[in-house]
Design a protein around this ligand. Sequence first.
Ligand SMILES: [Zn+2]
Length: 88
Amino acid sequence: MQSLLESRGIRTFIRNEYGSSVVGELPFVEVVPQLFVLEQKDLARAKELLRLDLPVENPGEGWVCAECGIDIDGNFSRCWKCGTDRRD
Ligand SMILES: [Zn+2]
């Protein structure tokens, strides 16, 4: 989602991008990665883009991160845990 928005010129940041390392010390809801849009004016457009571009069918096969070895959903082009890009 972040790369989608950034490719459209919408600036974002991810809170808790590496938060999984502290799972167990904080309530889960506090450590899941959250995508934020920096500019208020971009928010409506960001929502629109994400809704339109969300894969609804044929999301592709899942894959395994080459760095940390976790299973990633086919929807994602990079590892949600360590940020490594998908390698085919
Ligand atoms: Zn990884």
